[in-house]
Design a protein around this ligand. Structure first.
Ligand code: NI
Length: 144
């Protein structure tokens, strides 16, 4: 089969996955008053939840045999097994081993996801994770 361009084309593919989880944004080394001042409603002692959306982007060569960078249903299975199944319907503060002693902001969650997923998507290369906490707020991480 021929490629559509002369050079080896590199393409980024993205799979979107969804999960929901509870958390409390709280720094135990600060006073309750300081936590409330910093985190407001997100510091609610009895937790609150979000419907999260995670976009996982992998870059790689387009394989001649398949025309794919990677099979997105295979990527979905990897992301489900490695992170979604561990966090979905769970409490980030209490139930998720890789978030132990970490303030469960979207920033810290996306870094933890990256650490887990980056070695698992080879030969593709993880280039970007986008984690939506609400329709209005998202964080983006490229491994820097
Ligand atoms: Ni929150």
């Amino acid at each position: 089969m021929r490629y559509l361009t002369l050079n080896m084309p590199r393409v980024t593919v993205t799979r979107r996955l969804r999960f929901n989880a509870a958390h409390r944004v709280h720094n135990p080394s600060l006073s309750d008053a300081e936590n409330l001042r910093l985190f407001g409603k997100c510091n609610n002692p009895n937790w609150h939840g979000h419907n999260y959306t995670l976009d996982v982007s992998v870059e790689g060569d387009v394989e001649a045999k398949t025309g794919y960078v990677c099979d997105l249903s295979h990527l979905k299975k990897i992301v489900e097994k490695e992170v979604i199944d561990i966090v979905d319907h769970k409490n980030f503060n209490l139930d998720v081993p890789f978030m132990k002693d970490v303030i469960p902001t979207s920033e810290n969650i996306v870094i933890a996801f990256w650490t887990i997923l980056a070695p698992k998507v080879k030969p593709g290369r993880l280039t970007r994770l986008v984690l939506w906490e609400t329709e209005n707020n998202y964080v983006e991480y490229t491994g820097q």
